[in-house]
Design a protein around this ligand. Sequence first.
Ligand code: 5RP
Length: 214
Amino acid sequence: MKLQVAIDLLTTAAALELAGNVAEYVDILGLGAPLIKSEGLPVVSAVKKAHPDKLVLADVQTMDAGELEANLAFAAGADLVTVLGVADDATIAGAIKAAAECDKGVIVDLIGVADKVSRARQVRALGAKYAGMHAGLDEQAQPGFDLARLLRFGEDAGVPFSVAGGVKLTTITDIQQAGADVAVVGGSIYGATDPAQAARKLRGAVMWLPVPRT
Ligand SMILES: O=C(CO)[C@H](O)[C@H](O)COP(=O)(O)O
């Protein structure tokens, strides 16, 4: 399972500092929608330039004009982009076409999708690299939020999937055992007193877990 840090900070300087501190422990540097809205796509170029050996994900959460937006992010240096699962199939297919032309990838983020299992299968058939089982910050804050439910959707879908939504050291075992391909961790790393140590512990937990169920 790959480990992705979600850099939901607001300045390029802060993003570069965090990436510099945690890159050795993660596989994917994810640049959050708030960061890209604040700094624009040059933040993608800056992080990729500083970490050419890492996968850089532009979490642009595209909702329309999939091919155009994906091409913009790829041209800036992104290896992966996100498109929303609630978008039209044509939007998702457009982003996937752009990715295929430059050997990059699209994650379809299923935030806000009611039937995540069916949609995950549909977007995989369209060519998505992963289906993103994602509970957003607002959903996490609601009473009764249940990460286990999100994991069951991933297991039931039977397609490659990532998991995002308040992932932390105490839940990363469950995520790996559910068979996720990527665990996305935001606040538990960037909000930690020592982000490098938090990332190192998460990396250690992932390394030492048993192989996921088949
Ligand atoms: O996409 C996001 C919010 O929409 C976050 O990046 C994602 O939820 C991971 O962050 P956290 O671990 O803090 O939930």
